[in-house]
Design a protein around this ligand. Structure first.
Ligand SMILES: C[S@@+](CC[C@H](N)C(=O)[O-])C[C@H]1O[C@@H](n2cnc3c(N)ncnc32)[C@H](O)[C@@H]1O
Length: 279
């Protein structure tokens, strides 16, 4: 097996879940929600699979000035929380792309239940070889996905290719901090063989080398630490929540969260929000 194939299968193994839809509906029921009368906010604890949850999505969307005439590509769309939020809040059309077939299936089920299928669809595929024509999208959007992708020049080249000239690239990602190597497991990798964090300098260099013009660069590490402190406090006060990202990742999610917080506190990771354009 080539190292490319072994990384892809490592990532697929990491996010593997045999029947995620059943697990999510059971957790929704345990949380007192009605899966047959689902509201978008019911899903927020589980479907925004990134640090700072919905707030991070809304911050980036406002920065990108999304409108209802835009077609957005969400690269690494997970189970679809960000795509549904963008369609609901800004009326835009969204296509989600994700490596994990089960995530695409569940994303579509949840989207159908919320009556958003006319605006959102999902494709299983690899961000390094996207199944889309050149210049197909007004905005390429990505949250917490590049950490699993070693060939970042190819990733940004693909994003460039599918974006129309004048289009926007919106990124919310985890980068390497200055505090040393990451403690594992973390939510995107149980061990280092599928974790690839660029430093802020490398990230800036790669985007500019690809041809992007960086319009905005915001370090959200401090905000992310504060967000985690509030989440942990809430868990301490109210006990564990039935519905959360642990439904996606399984029992070692607690260790992943502990390490994520430690990595943040020790500056081993940095959170960055970037807006760039294809001139
Ligand atoms: C931490 S989740 C974030 C999901 C979503 N962006 C969100 O914020 O809710 C990372 C996602 O990236 C996807 N991913 C990782 N490598 C990928 C690749 N090469 N191509 C497409 N998707 C990929 C994973 O399958 C996973 O759904």
């Amino acid at each position: 097996m080539s190292s490319f194939d072994s990384i892809q299968s490592g990532v697929q193994e990491h996010y593997r879940h045999r029947d995620l839809a059943t697990a999510i509906f059971a957790a929704l029921t345990a949380a007192g929600k009605d899966p047959d009368n689902l509201r978008p906010e019911d899903l927020a604890p589980v479907d925004e699979f990134h640090i700072r949850g919905r707030q991070a999505t809304l911050d980036l969307a406002r920065l990108a000035r999304l409108t209802d005439t835009m077609h957005i590509l969400d690269v690494g769309s997970g189970i679809g929380g960000p795509s549904r939020r963008l369609a609901l809040e800004f009326g835009c059309r969204v296509t989600g792309l994700d490596l994990i077939a089960e995530y695409c299936r569940v994303a579509q089920i949840l989207t159908d239940r919320l009556g958003l299928a006319d605006r959102i669809s999902y494709r299983q595929g690899n961000a390094l070889d996207m199944p889309f024509d050149d210049a197909s999208f007004d905005v390429v959007w990505t949250q917490h996905t590049a950490m699993n992708i070693p060939d970042k020049p190819q990733l940004y080249a693909e994003m460039w290719r599918v974006l129309r000239p004048g289009g926007t690239l919106a990124i919310d990602d985890v980068l390497a901090g200055s505090g040393g190597p990451v403690h594992f497991p973390v939510p995107w990798a149980r061990e280092p063989s599928i974790s690839f964090l660029a430093s802020p300098d490398e990230m800036c260099f790669m985007l500019e080398e690809t041809g992007f013009e960086i319009l905005s660069w915001r370090d959200t590490t401090v905000l992310s630490r504060e967000w985690f402190r509030a989440v942990l406090q809430k868990m301490q006060d109210k006990g564990p929540f039935p519905l959360g990202v642990h439904v996606l990742l399984g029992p070692d999610f607690q260790a992943m969260t502990r390490n994520l917080v430690r990595n943040l506190e020790e500056n081993r990771i940095a959170l960055i929000e970037i807006l760039a354009c294809k001139p």
